[in-house]
Design a protein around this ligand. Structure first.
Ligand code: NAD
Length: 327
């Protein structure tokens, strides 16, 4: 392909992707499914890799998706809220692990395996025992303060038994059961149906009327923990700490100590995902040791110490495994 041809294709892809991102992140109303979006963004990444001189800082491949609406007060994140790199096959996981191994010096890295809940990111800031702020990811640097709405979520405590300033992050979502109930009601009322639980959750949390939010039974699983006064050394301990503070963590989270365990986790949940009452679009593997995480580092958009393994259509036969420690 010539550079001129690449410029035409790149411009076309960026235009299309920016439109889809606005529909998804701002309007909570996508017009294409995630697979089509993912294919287009990977095509753009491939072209930008082939012609790096055509990468621009405002390209959608260089930014965390999401825009901050004027409807809500803005909140500058203390630590950026990043996206995740994604992979679609076991070979790509091995490649990811190889990059991590260059820093850690071993291929036998310990990862947490967490289900990738299909909702929207939330950051909760507690200080002096009290929930002070609930903030969306926004563009990763600045989010929307949706505190009043967050306070209506029954599984998010308004106070915790620790005074330190603590930031806890995770995913707000709607169960499949709640989603079906909401769409049934909307059908009866002649309102436009939500495309999927993720968009229903995002549309709900970014509602101006918190009575509507309260009526919709949003839920939240939390997974990141920041406490500068009493820092924690591993991702798995973070999750246990969040649980001890009274917030919900996903019970399917495990530690994987070998590539075999990682493979088994993927195979097991690829099959089991439809039995869960919430949607997941993959599995997130995070290097467990936080010091090693910092050594492996970040890109502008993603941590290099974590990866989202996205499910493909193919479902493999698996055996139930109970060899991992559970949260
Ligand atoms: P992403 O959703 O693929 O991954 C990052 C997000 O995963 C995090 O921000 C967090 O909210 C979430 N997550 C869930 N469980 C997690 C866990 N256990 N640990 C860490 N994070 C967890 O990335 P993105 O940048 O938010 O969005 C890209 C996704 O959105 C793609 O899947 C894409 O298909 C979809 N999208 C679709 C359209 C469309 O038009 N259909 C448009 C834009 C984006």
């Amino acid at each position: 392909m010539t550079k001129e041809q690449a410029i035409i294709l790149i411009n076309d892809l960026r235009k299309k992707l920016n439109k889809w991102a606005k529909e998804y992140y701002v309007l909570d109303n996508p017009s294409v499914d995630d697979t089509e979006y993912d294919q287009a963004i990977h095509q753009l990444i491939d072209l930008e890799t082939q012609f790096p001189e055509l990468i621009t800082s405002d390209s959608i491949t260089q930014k965390v998706g999401g825009i901050v609406s004027d409807k809500f007060e803005k909140y500058t994140h203390k630590y950026p809220m990043l996206s995740l790199g994604d992979i679609f096959s076991w070979d790509e996981f091995l490649n990811f692990n190889k990059q991590v191994a260059k820093i850690t010096g071993t291929k036998d890295n310990e990862y947490t395996a967490e289900l990738k809940i299909d909702g929207l990111s939330i950051s909760l800031i507690y200080k002096n025992n009290v929930l002070q702020n609930g903030v969306t990811r926004g563009d990763g640097k600045v989010g929307e303060s949706v505190t009043t709405n967050v306070k209506t979520i029954k599984s998010i405590p308004l106070s915790i038994p620790v005074k330190d300033e603590i930031e806890i992050r995770g995913e707000v979502f709607l169960s499949k059961t709640e989603f079906a109930k909401i769409n049934e009601e909307r059908l009866i009322n002649g309102e436009q149906l939500f495309a999927n639980p993720r968009n229903a959750a995002a549309g709900t949390l970014r509602q101006l009327d918190s009575k509507i939010v309260a009526s919709r039974n949003l839920d939240a699983y939390l997974y990141y923990y920041f406490n500068e006064t009493n820092p924690i050394n591993t991702q798995f301990e973070s999750i246990n700490q969040i649980k001890q503070l009274g917030l919900k963590v996903n019970p399917e989270t495990k530690i994987c100590k070998s590539l075999d365990e990682i493979k088994a986790y993927i195979e097991y949940y690829t099959e089991k995902r439809n039995e869960l009452d919430y949607e997941i679009d993959g599995i997130v593997f995070k290097l467990n040791d936080k010091n090693l995480q910092e050594e492996v580092g970040y890109t502008a958009k993603t941590p290099k110490w974590a990866i989202a393994y996205k499910f493909s259509a193919e479902v493999k036969e698996t055996k139930l495994l109970d060899i991992f420690p559970t949260v």
